[in-house]
Structure formats: structure tokens, C-alpha cells
Write a protein that binds this ligand. Sequence first.
Ligand code: GDP
Length: 214
Amino acid sequence: MADFSNSEIENGRRLFAGDWSFSSAASSVGSLPPPSGLEVAFAGRSNVGKSSLINAITGRRALARTSNTPGRTQELIFFGGPHRLVLVDLPGYGYAATAKSKVATWTRLIHDYLHGRTALGRVYVLIDARHGLKSVDEAIFDALGEAAVSYEIVLTKCDQVSEEELEKRSESVKAGVRKRPAAFPDLIVTSAHTGVGIPQLRAAISRLLAERRP
Ligand code: GDP
């Protein structure tokens, strides 16, 4: 996992200890908010633990709504924080029961958002540590690569697998993105339940913000 100095960890902690709140939702490109500040987006299959992770990094129990109906939310949700940092919760993908027409709408919406969104600094693609990469994840990597958006993998629910399995899963996921130039070679291992990796994810975002600030 990427290394962060104590001061970077502390900067990340401070950044996310600030005020976070819902700012807007968009279900079509026309309703996207005007870009402002730095956007960091989170993508992943339905049920990967995306809402739980957003709540964990912001230290808010219910900022992002955890849903019992996978595939229901077809909106991009924008959360505003300190220093004009914006977290974007992208709609979950790959839920088997989702109608084809909905998948098409999802694909178009994400595609349109990713292309030409200058405020978008990075996408974190969440992968369930129990399951590893699936073909729908490869499809999102393709879309991100085409849009030339930099992205990094976050393994979620690491508390659900043994140390040995986690090691194997990390290696195979890393191998899966090795040939993809828009992907970070490293990944961040997390658990929203135990808090593992949360300080590192905050630090990574804080580092990106520091790099992007004039
Ligand atoms: P989303 O659909 O991607 O937003 O996923 P949610 O955050 O709603 O989580 C889906 C399910 O996974 C819920 O039952 C969560 O309690 C569970 N979950 C999320 N994060 C973790 C984690 O770090 N560890 C474990 N064991 N379960 C988790």
C-alpha cells in the first residue's frame, strides 16, 4: 500500500474532520452542477461498500445513503467539503437484475460525466476484497482509460478475508491493472467496518488536493 508520512496522514485527518454535506444530485448530464473545486469520484459494483466507505472517510454515519436495493440509485451524488473538495458518489453498476435500458442510461451518464469534466481529479474504483475483478469492472476501466481519467483501486471489506487471501487478491487485482496506463499501480486496502486504510485514503485525497491547489 502507498506510503504516507505522519504529516500527510494528519493533513488527511484534518481535511475530513471538516464539514461535509450533500450538495446536489444529477440523473442526467444536463443536471450536473457546474464544476467547482476538485472532484474525487467513487465508482464500484452495487453493494461493494461505496456508501459505507464515503461515510467512513467523512466520519459521517449517513452522509451517503446505504441502500438495501442494489441498482436503485441512478444518480451522481455530490458532497461538498472543505477547500472546495467535492466527493462524487457514482451510481453502482453491474447489478444483475438491472434492466438493459437502465444499463444504457447508466453508461451514457457516466461516459458523459467522465468526458471533459476538468474538475475531476481522480476516480477511486472500489473492488470487494472477497470477489476481486469482474468483467463489469474491466468495462469501467476501459471507460476511464478512454476518458484519460486517472484512477486507483480501493479494496473494500478487507475484514471479510484472511490475511493470506487478501495478499493474493491484492496481487491479482494489481496484475489486472498493470497494463492500464490511467490506473495507479498501487491500491488502497480498506474496511469501513474496522477503519483499516481509512487514514491512508484520506491522506491520498489530501495529497491530490495539495498537488492541485495553485
Ligand atoms: P454500496 O451499495 O456500494 O453503497 O454498499 P453499502 O455501503 O450499502 O454496503 C453494502 C453492504 O456491505 C452493507 O451490508 C454493508 O454493511 C456491507 N459493508 C460495507 N462496508 C463493509 C466493510 O468494510 N466490511 C464489511 N464486513 N461489510 C461492509
